[in-house]
Design a protein around this ligand. Structure first.
Ligand SMILES: [Mg+2]
Length: 193
């Protein structure tokens, strides 16, 4: 059974592009074996905010950042979903990363999404993902960050939390479902589960 045509909001980092695997290298010299939930909170790894910002800038200019690889199954997943639904990518990346982001997306996901929305801090006004989902009338939203999932689902929007080591603490809340793979996402949205 195919559901009606839906507007699907999809996060980018660690939902369709694998940032974590590549990000590891910038703190490898700092600490040898960080648990992955600490890796995600990079700002906790560095001694000062200045050091963090410097590393982040270096990261955003690196070849690795420009060439992030897709999360397993995300390319085939978006290809399938985009046949019957409208995909909107919604990222907390800042607008100054727009060109770099679009280049990376084009390599793997060209034609699969309608638009990309940046909510990061150098926009005229910082927007929340919930605000963007609301404005776009998103029906289903997929993200790996707990705070986004809580905020978006509180608006009554169906939300899928993409399972990751850093979101294990999130309790089951209304309008949310934990998903473990892109295969599962596609089957769920297309009403096959
Ligand atoms: Mg993410």
């Amino acid at each position: 059974m195919i559901r009606k045509r839906l507007k699907i909001g999809v996060d980018i980092d660690n939902v369709i592009l694998d940032e974590i695997s590549s990000l590891k290298y910038i703190y490898d010299s700092k600490k040898e074996s960080l648990p992955i939930n600490e890796i995600y909170a990079l700002h906790n790894v560095w001694d000062s905010i200045e050091e963090y910002e410097l590393k982040l800038k270096k990261w955003h200019n690196s070849e690795k950042f420009l060439n992030l690889k897709p999360i397993q199954g995300s390319k085939a997943g978006l290809a399938k979903l985009s046949k019957n639904h409208d995909i909107y990518l919604i990222t907390a990346r800042s607008l100054f990363l727009k060109d770099r982001t679009l280049k990376n997306l084009d390599i793997h996901f060209k034609g699969y999404y309608k638009d990309v929305h940046f909510t990061g801090y150098d926009n005229d006004k910082i927007r929340s993902k919930a605000e963007v989902c609301n404005n776009l009338n998103i029906n289903i939203f997929i993200d790996d960050a707990v705070e986004n999932v809580i905020e978006v689902s509180s608006l009554g929007i169906e939300t899928l939390i993409f399972d990751a080591p850093w979101n294990q603490d999130m309790k089951k809340i209304k309008n949310t479902k934990r998903v473990y793979s892109w295969n599962e996402i596609v089957r769920y949205i297309n009403g096959e589960l």
